[in-house]
Design a protein around this ligand. Structure first.
Ligand code: PGA
Length: 259
């Protein structure tokens, strides 16, 4: 991690925690995190849509320095899209960071690179920042196609996004074979792929965007492996699924520098 990029540790709760549980978890986290932690690391919590209003109220009334996140959005402001939640509805709840193109959205719900790109644009248009996810399957990795898959997802996801915006956003490299499996990429492999992501940004945009964009690693990040992953030059943060559900574990990941 470079000194000029502040680390970002994000908890992706996926379809876990009802709004009562969410309030408890955020409050518990606020007791565990210190001023020094927050000075050193940005933290975001990406709760299910039904929890976000409760998370917002808790964070704002208790002045908890955690960014309110979302796991997805629909790029349109409003319309006949049954079951969807619009980007502007999230902005109204003071959401700061929106995950777009998570591999579960792409693989289970058929999201295309074009749709993901529309979400990236919409998130910026509503003054939030996207966390654009990319990652290869095990079959793609074994076939030697990991780099080309990532290049394609990043180039398409960032199409027509100005370099100045890319500099402020976040990209999460999450190998699909490491998500929820307990198998983490080795720190060397994770570093190599995050360096590749940065190279793709340099080629698609410019050197300044590549130097500034924050790149997270995701896939079975736990208290035990966070420090080693965060010690890599091109890894600026972590997108944490399973281990973010337990505030004690998530706080230990945020406090990776104390290990
Ligand atoms: P995991 O999920 O930490 O449970 O592997 C990461 C993610 O999907 O963002």
């Amino acid at each position: 991690m470079a000194d000029d990029r502040k680390p970002l540790i994000s908890g992706n709760w996926k379809m876990h925690q009802n709004h009562f549980e969410a309030i408890q978890a955020v409050q518990k986290l606020s007791y565990l995190l210190t001023k020094e932690d927050i000075a050193a690391v940005d933290v975001s919590i990406h709760a299910p849509f039904t929890d976000i209003r409760s998370v917002q109220t808790t964070i704002e009334s208790d002045k908890i320095p955690i960014t309110i996140g979302a796991q997805d959005c629909h790029p349109e402001v409003k319309g006949a899209f049954t079951g969807e939640v619009s980007v502007s509805m999230l902005a109204k709840l003071n959401v700061g960071l929106v995950i777009v193109g998570h591999s579960e959205r792409r693989e289970l719900f058929g999201e295309t690179d074009e749709f993901v790109n529309a979400k990236v644009k919409a998130v910026f248009a509503h003054e939030m920042l996207p966390i654009l996810c990319c990652g290869e399957t095990l079959a793609e990795r074994e076939a030697g196609e990991a780099e080309s898959k990532i290049s394609g997802q990043i180039t398409a996801g960032l199409a027509k996004i100005p370099a100045e915006q890319v500099a402020r956003m976040v990209i999460a490299y999450e190998p699909i074979w490491a998500i929820g499996t307990g198998v983490t990429a080795s720190a060397e492999d994770a570093q190599a792929m995050c360096a590749h992501v940065r190279q793709v940004v340099a080629e698609a945009k410019d050197a300044d965007a590549a130097a500034s964009v924050r790149i997270q690693y995701g896939g079975s990040v736990k208290p035990a492996n966070a420090a080693e992953l965060m010690g890599q030059a091109d890894i600026d943060g972590a997108l944490v699924g399973g281990a973010s559900l337990e505030p004690d574990d998530f706080a230990k990941i945020v406090q990776y520098r104390l290990n």
